[in-house]
Ligand binder design. Structure first.
Ligand SMILES: Cc1ncc(COP(=O)(O)O)c(C=O)c1O
Length: 440
């Protein structure tokens, strides 16, 4: 039954779902009623493995008691206070702990409520930073094809996901896109590909075309997640860093997926040994329990903005009603404590080789045209059957009936197991996927 003819007393009628095939969903609802550890339960009480850590946001598994209790305690003590011109102690504590996890120098932390808001925040900071230094003409941005930086106007403009751009007009002016880094020479290479570092030189071309002194920032995900786990070629991020430094362009890493351990270190910046000027993060900062995101910047970026403002004025005219919400900060602090106490990121390092080997073993199966991965992120790409993306979506639907929740990005099937999953649970996820691909 199409959405239009569904009766209004149908319990599924009113909710317009995000990034969902709404009409198809009504025909085949995929309702999740409960979750615990690495399992979801559907409305019939049947178990499903969480193969994608929610949306990459629940690395510690569902229903962590420590986080729940910290949030409840915080809500009893202080449920809300205005974040504009007032502060809450938990926010300062969380900012300090986040700064301690980042590469040295990235030590000023601004909170928002979603990854999309973090991207907007980062872009605006970049523009104001240059303005504060007398380079107000630097207003251009460089993003990348197949990048994802959320759904708000700045984020989708610098992003490179065609479907997310097409319906919404022209977006921000002055945006250029680097070519993406998914090249056939690197097919079936798990980890960083050998070829393609020179794709970073696209940035030099934009410098030549527009003038370095017009470009505010270059924003990339260290590993592009939402278009199917595009791992950077060896040396690519370093090259991008060098070009940015040479031309005074700020380098922004969007670590909304890679932040907090997904690559085996706290941030991909550390894993790849490249320090950006600004880092955005979200998702795993609260283990997905309460919406929260953050932008960390180098001290000198904040200082430039603060120092040029008149006394007693608001230096950065930006913020959200729920920036640094006390409950989210409490969830964040409890989450980071577990990461430390359970040595979670080293667990990722221990699990990753076998996981990646298993993802790589899909090579040779009929219609598998690529396998990729890094840390606990893995993708299997299939040749399309019918319209591009149709096969991937069918497998996502089938997986739900077969006890697995995963991500599909076009015809890429993506697994991002929770860090607390056991090797057997991870193998089970891959076994289900293998069976579904064979049947597809
Ligand atoms: C790299 C990246 N940036 C930004 C976002 C947007 O985050 P949110 O959905 O919290 O707005 C996402 C979401 O998946 C993401 O993967």
């Amino acid at each position: 039954m199409s959405a239009a003819v569904r009766p209004t007393n149908d319990p599924l009628f009113h909710h317009w779902m995000p990034f969902t095939a709404n009409q198809q969903f009504l025909e085949q609802p995929r309702l999740i009623a409960r979750a615990e550890g690495v399992y979801y339960y559907n409305t019939r009480g049947e178990k499903l493995l969480d193969g994608s850590s929610g949306l990459y946001c629940i690395p510690l598994g569902h229903g962590r008691r420590e986080i729940r209790e910290a949030v409840a305690k915080q809500m009893e003590e202080l449920d809300y206070a205005p974040p504009f011109q007032y502060g809450v102690p938990v926010a300062f504590r969380l900012a300090t702990e986040v700064a301690q996890m980042l590469p040295a120098g990235l030590n000023r932390v601004f909170f928002s409520c979603s990854g999309s808001e973090a991207a907007e925040t980062a872009l605006k900071m970049a523009i104001q930073y240059h303005r504060a230094r007398g380079e107000g003409q630097r207003t251009r941005f460089v993003g990348r094809e197949r990048g994802y930086h959320g759904v708000n106007f700045g984020g989708w403009s610098v992003g490179g996901m065609v479907a997310n751009r097409r319906a919404f007009g022209v977006g921000l002016p002055g945006v250029s896109h680097l070519r993406h880094t998914h090249i056939k020479e690197n097919n079936f290479q798990m980890g960083e590909g050998e070829c393609g570092a020179d794709l970073a030189d696209d940035l030099e071309r934009f410098v030549n075309l527009h003038g370095a002194d017009t470009i505010a920032a270059c924003i990339v995900e260290p590993i592009a997640g939402s278009t199917g786990i595009l791992v950077p070629p060896k040396g690519y991020l370093k090259r991008l860093r060098e070009i940015c430094t040479k031309h005074g362009i700020l380098l922004i890493f969007d670590e909304v997926i890679t932040g907090f351990g997904r690559t085996g270190e706290a941030f991909a910046a550390q894993t790849f040994g490249v320090t950006p000027d600004i880092v955005t993060m979200a998702k795993a900062i609260t283990n997905g329990s309460i919406p929260m995101a953050a932008v960390a910047v180098k001290e000198e970026i904040q200082q430039a903005i603060l120092e040029t403002a008149p006394p007693n004025s608001i230096e950065f005219a930006h913020g959200y009603t729920y920036s640094a919400h006390p409950a989210a900060c409490a969830a964040g602090l409890a989450t980071l404590k577990i990461y430390r106490e359970e040595d979670t990121f080293n667990r990722v390092k221990a699990l990753a080789p076998a996981f990646l080997e298993q993802v790589g073993s899909f090579k040779g199966m009929p219609d598998v045209i690529d396998t990729r991965g890094f840390g606990l992120l893995g993708a299997v790409e299939l040749a399309p059957k019918g319209k591009p993306g149709e096969r991937g979506f069918k497998i996502l639907c089938k997986a739900f009936e077969n006890g697995l929740v995963l991500r599909s990005a076009g015809d890429n099937l993506v697994l991002a197991p929770p860090f607390v999953a056991t090797p057997d649970q991870i193998s089970e996820m891959l076994d289900i996927l293998r069976k579904l691909i064979k049947e597809s």
